[in-house]
Design a protein around this ligand. Structure first.
Ligand code: SF4
Length: 490
């Protein structure tokens, strides 16, 4: 049996053919020189890799080197590797001598099944179609040939605003991992690297996410027991004092490969079948995992790099420094300041602040989608290029011009007001679009629609909003106000 080279996002047992298979683990310092990562992301990745090396003991060769190729030269024996998770890494492994590349692991639907599904369609590849197909193929939440409860998607039961007058949901937050001597070693190494000139962004802090399979399984059990039951109704809500709400916060563990998504899907379904979780929440969680997560992964490989769908994207602007530097203190808009502070302090906020605050703001301001993908990749503990291309470039920024989603995810201040408790303490007024207290999301929404009017022509889901635009008698002033605001922190 060949030694299996495991990248730092292939750390679970399902990346080995046999529990006794010899392993190669490589820490490449060049990866951290190349990009300015969030300090807590660098910590989590190194901690997870070193914990895996410690678990495997003599079964693993653990090499700390400048580049991956140095480690392979040093080892000087044939290895195999599961299909890596970025185009850059795939190029590397296919260029090295003595490396055999195996199929991808860690997703529910296989690459061959996805390609057969996508080739059949020859048009827009919609998540809903893919998700139905995957549910049927893998027999998840099915009652015979029918979806459990008679509907494929129970979002009509979800999408609720946060409970009124509650600062937090009435559920325990995910249990924090306990750091050990491996974490202490990682922290000391990162301090030394920073002193040598390797740059990081964000604040250091206690490790908040699982670095081992044992920690990941404990978090999964805790989520299914305490938070899954109400995760659906409040999936789209935001509370300033409750960053985790009822979310699983398991995406870093899935993306490090510590958990296989199908094991979480099966546990969630068991909770539903046992009467411990309602169908709406269970279906939502399963859709995120074997729907969205798999869909993003397969689209990343199915479309060539640079293929952005049909049409020409709008010209884009670079991300401003207050944003890339996570300078939350420079921002007066309460929602954006709080979310940016969450990224700075944790390297993680849940999916709605990502989509409806950070992504929405970038879309309204016309920021480069590729720069946003890079920013999310570097600044989020669970950020990987394959996931972000679909989530940020496709969904949030509409940069593929409708190949994935049927409309851009632009939203105004009243939407954010309804779905969060941010606006009450904000210096801006969500209902105003003009003047010193005009909400930057409300004014930005109309300015974006005005700019995108031609591109959105014929989009049925946006036609009402575009018609409303024509009724705004102060539109020229709003557009000029937002042009002046430009890249300044709102
Ligand atoms: Fe955000 Fe606007 Fe609400 Fe302020 S008023 S918190 S900027 S949505």
């Amino acid at each position: 049996m060949l030694r299996r080279w495991l990248f730092a996002d292939q750390l679970g047992p399902h990346f080995l053919d046999d529990p006794r298979q010899p392993v190669l683990l490589v820490e490449s310092k060049a990866v951290f020189r190349r990009r300015v990562f969030h300090r807590q992301k660098a910590h989590l990745i190194l901690s997870a890799l070193r914990h895996r090396a410690a678990e495997l003991g003599e079964q693993a060769v653990h090499v700390r080197s400048e580049a991956y190729a140095d480690a392979l030269r040093q080892l000087d024996e044939p290895v195999d590797v599961c299909h890596p998770t970025s185009r850059r890494a795939r190029q590397l492994v296919t260029s090295l001598d003595q490396v055999t590349v195996r199929g991808a692991r860690g997703f529910v639907t296989s690459s061959a099944d996805f390609a057969a599904w996508a080739d059949d369609r020859r048009g827009a590849l919609r998540l809903d179609d893919f998700y139905r197909d995957a549910r049927q193929r893998h027999g998840v939440l099915m009652d015979g040939a029918e979806p459990a409860g008679g509907r494929w998607n129970l979002d009509a039961d979800n999408h609720q605003p946060p409970p009124e007058h509650e600062a937090r949901l009435d559920v325990p937050p995910p249990p924090a991992p306990v750091e050990d001597e491996i974490d202490a070693g990682v922290r000391a190494d990162l301090d030394r690297w920073a002193a040598e000139g390797i740059r990081f962004v964000g604040r250091d802090g206690p490790r908040l996410f699982p670095a081992t399979r044992v920690e990941a399984l404990a978090r999964l059990r805790h989520f299914v027991r305490y938070r899954l039951p109400i995760s659906g109704p409040y999936a789209d809500a935001m509370l300033a004092a409750d960053p985790f709400m009822a979310h699983s916060a398991l995406s870093p563990a899935f993306n490090l490969g510590l958990l296989h998504p199908i094991e979480a899907v099966r546990r969630a379904e068991r909770a539903y079948r046992d009467g411990a979780a309602p169908l709406g929440s269970t279906e939502w969680f399963i859709r995120q995992l074997m729907g969205w997560r798999d869909y993003g992964w397969h689209l990343y490989w199915y479309f060539d790099a640079g293929d952005r769908g049909n049409g020409r994207p709008a010209p884009r602007r670079s991300l401003p420094e207050w944003f890339t530097g996570l300078d939350a203190g420079a921002v007066g808009a309460r929602c954006l300041a709080d979310v940016l502070a969450g990224v700075r302090d944790r390297g993680w906020v849940h999916h709605i602040p990502r989509l409806m605050v950070l992504g929405n703001y970038g879309l309204q301001r016309g920021w480069h989608s590729s720069e946003l993908v890079d920013w999310f990749h570097r600044c989020f503990v669970d950020g990987y290029e394959w996931a972000l291309t679909a989530n940020v470039a496709g969904m949030s920024q509409y940069a593929d011009l409708g190949r994935m989603t049927t409309r851009p995810y632009a939203a105004d201040g009243p939407y954010l007001h309804r779905m969060s408790d941010y606006c009450g303490g904000c210096r801006y007024d969500p209902d105003r679009r003009l003047g010193p207290d005009a909400c930057p999301f409300t004014a930005g929404y109309w300015a974006f629609l005005d700019r995108a009017r031609e591109r959105l022509h014929g989009n049925a889901r946006m036609s009402r909003a575009v018609q409303q635009l024509d009724r705004l008698d102060d539109l020229p002033e709003v557009v000029s106000q937002e042009r002046e605001r430009g890249s300044l922190a709102p």
